[in-house]
Ligand binder design. Sequence first.
Ligand code: FCX
Length: 436
Amino acid sequence: ALGIKEALGAKIPAAIADVKAVREAYGDEQLGTCTVTQAYGGMRSVKAMTYETSLLDAEEGIRFRGLTLPECQAQLPRAAGGAEPLPEGIFWLLLTGDVPTDAQVHALREEFASRSTLPAEAVAVIDALPTDMHPMTQLNAGVLALQPQSAMAAAYAKGVHKSTYWEYCLDDALTLLAQLPEVAARIYRRSFHDGSMTPSAAGELDMGANYARMMGFEDPKFDELMRLYLTIHADHEGGNVSAHAVRLVGSALSDPFLSFSGGLAGLAGPLHGLANQEVLRWLMEMKESLGTTKMTKEALTGLVWDVLNAGKVVPGFGHAVLRKTDPRYTCQREFALKHMPDDEMFRMVSMLYEVVPAVLTEQGKVKNPYPNVDAHSGVLLRHYGLTEARYYTVMFGVSRAIGTLASLVWDRALGLPIERPKSVTTGWIKAHFEGK
Ligand code: FCX
C-alpha cells in the first residue's frame, strides 16, 4: 500500500513490542541522574525522556531516524532537477522510519491536497487579526482557529478505545500539515503586502514550492531554499522547548492542534525560534553602523563585545546540547556558497563565523561558542527578497510541525502517559540534605 497510515500502522505493533522488551530488560536501570544544579539549571542534559523521530549528538548534530542532514539530502526524494529533500519525504521518514519512494511521496502530497482547504471560520479568524500583530502570534491564533476540525477531540468525546488514539492523532497531524502553509502564507501576505494571494496549488506542487508560491515567490531557487529550510528545522530531538511543549501538552490528551499551539508559543521566544529574527535585526544594525567600507573583523569584534557588555546574548550562537558548529548552519552555508557567494550579507555572516567564537571563548561563559541554525537562515531568505525578519520564525514553525507532529503520533501509538515530573522547593532541598 502507498498510504502513510498503512505504512505507519504496519510498524506500530513491532515498535510496541520493542518498547515492552526494552522496559522489561532495562526498566530498573539508571538512565541518568539529576543533581541539584541540574534541577535549578533547566534540567540540562538530564536523560529523562524518550523521543523516537530524531536524536541529537553534541558533536555531530542532528540525525533524523539515523540519517544525518547530508544523508537526508542524498537519499530522500527531490523535485525534478533539484538537490534538496521534498518536505513530504521528511515527514514520511520521521513518521515511519523509512526513506519513502517517489510514489509514496506523491501519494502523501495528494493526501495533503485533499485536506488543504481552510475552513471559512478559520480564515475569518485570521483575517480579523491586526496586521501589525507579531506574525508568530497570528500563526498561533490561526492554528487554534483550525482546532474545531480535530478528529482526535471528536473521537475522545465519542469515547473511542485508547489503542486507536494514534489514528485520530495522525488524521489531525495530516490536516494541520496540509493547512499550515496556507495559514502561514496568508499571514505573510496580509502583514506585509495587500493581503491578496496566489491560490494554493497543493497537489501540483510540493509543500515547499506551494508555500513559496502562496507567499508570492516564483524563483525555482527559492523553492529549493524552502525545501532545505523545511527540512533542517523539522526536528531536533525531544528536549528543546517547542518539541517538549508539544509532547507535554499532548500528554494530557489535548489534541494535536492544541499541542502544536503550545509548541509554537515556545518557538516564539528569543532564546529559541525567534533568534532567527534577532540575528537579522542585529546584522542590519551592524550594516547600518559600519557600511561596507568599515566592515572589518576588528570592527565586528568590537560590536560583539558591545552586545556582551550590554548584558545581552549574541543571537544565533550557542546551544544547550551542541558543542560544535550546527550542521544545520553548515548546510545553509553550503547553499549560500553554491547559489549566492557574493551576497554582501552572506559575507557578513561568514565574517561573524570567524569572529564570534573567539570572542565568546575569550569571555569564557558559554559552553558552545559556535553558530546554530538561526545564525544563517535570515540572509538566505533576504537574498531572495523575503526581507521581513519579523516573519522568519513563522517559517521555522511550519517546519517544526513536521517533526513534532510525527513524534506526537508516536506518543499516542506507544501509549505514553501524562507527563508529571516531581518538583521540590528550596526548603525541601535544604531539609533533605541537611537532615541526611
Ligand atoms: N551570547 C551571550 N551569552 C551566551 C550565549 C550567547 N550566544 N549563549 C550562552 N550564553 C551565556 C548564557 O546566557 C549563560 O549565561 P549566565 O551564566 O549568565 O546565565 C552562559 O553563557 C552559559 O550558557 P550555556 O550553558 O552555554 O547555554 P544554555 O544551554 O544555557 O543556553 C542558548 C543555550 C541557545 C539559549 C544560548 O546559547 C543562547 O541564548 N543563544 C543565543 C540565542 C539563540 O541563538 N538561540 C537559538 C538556539 C537554537 F538553535 C534554536 O532553538 O533555534
